[in-house]
Design a protein around this ligand. Sequence first.
Ligand SMILES: Cc1ncc(COP(=O)(O)O)c(C=O)c1O
Length: 434
Amino acid sequence: MDLGSSPPRLVAPPPGERSRALVDVLARTECPAFTARRARRAEASGSPQDPIVWSEARGANVVDADGNVYVDLTSGFGVAAIGHAHPRVLAALEAQSRKLLHALGDLHPSDVKIALLDRLASIAPFEGARVVLSQSGSDAVETALKTAVLATKKPGVLAFDGGYHGLSHGPLAACGYAPAFRLPFAAQLGAHVRFAAWHEQDLDAALAAVDAAWDDTIGAVLVEPLQGRGGCRPCPEGFLAALTERCRARGALLVVDEILTGLGRCGERWLSVALGASPDLVCVGKALGGGLPVSACLGRAEAMAAWGDPAGEAIHTGTFFGHPLGCAAALAALDVLEDEALSARATQLGARLSTKLARATGRRVTGAGMLLGVRFDRAGDRPVLDLVARLLARGYLVLPAGNDARTLQLAPPLTIDEALLDGFVAVLAEEVRA
Ligand SMILES: Cc1ncc(COP(=O)(O)O)c(C=O)c1O
């Protein structure tokens, strides 16, 4: 079977000898937090949480350092929406690498950067969009939060419990996921963020929480249309439209974080817009770069005009923002998403997968398109971390989600063969019964 669409093929029980040797090096050299997390997770789940070491990936497959082949149902944190190492991305990278590897950012931009800006402006959910490119999702959120304060002159940010927007200082201050991420740095984060409780189903409660948290300092409302890392938690119908109205009425900008949900993963280019939002700023990343670190903040022209004020200086830039290789990869990835109609595929495949998962596990399945969460939140459910470890041992890569890790998150490549998903559902059913 071709690498890219192969079912799991394990030659050694994972993690194999080579992976373990490499992880020993990691434990000696990398920041100790990662090793400590592994130990803590093992303790919490009662099963080892030893990683495998990735050495190759193509399509829906990952190969580890020992030659084991896995089916990747994480898309590498949602990045490989078009599959790992898509041939059109590789061809674009090869061609670009022969021409221009690096340019002079915002002073002398590259042709390929301009092409990507133009392309992103054309797919923004508003006319006349202006775009700032960057590398990580956190970068894009930083851009949006800075834009909002420039445009509204109000420093306050309203964010949500369970929301995740990255961990650099700007987004970290608005991180409603796992207080442990924010608290050690609280003294450096300012007190401009107000948090509202997130309600999945009850619109009145959701809006009451927003109103209770809102004060007249709020210049930005930062929201994921579907909380991803927070546990695949949707918002109630009508919530994003009502949030838009409140932003307009109260002089705040609506910042939607589509870094995980956008560009087709959830069956729409912009999930927030499909759910009724009319954003002022949209953050995008992950799938955008086709495997390279590329992110962007797309803004309404009126909001972005505020950047014209500061004394003739590019006060928000970075050496590698709009890097030519990333831009070439992003243009190719956007072509693939469009040409292969992957949004529509995410809708169809995701609906069928959701039904099959619910039937196989007897659990509630939430999410949209190909971002799904199986909710193991009944009293007596075994820890999802344990399930994740057992699925790894059967050749499937999945992630836990939610602050309490009670959700099994699935974010497969949108290009994956349905037979691989069916194989996974059968194995999951066995493991849940076990
Ligand atoms: C919704 C969302 N926003 C922002 C981020 C941060 O992106 P990055 O890790 O590239 O900074 C993530 C990452 O998981 C995310 O899921």
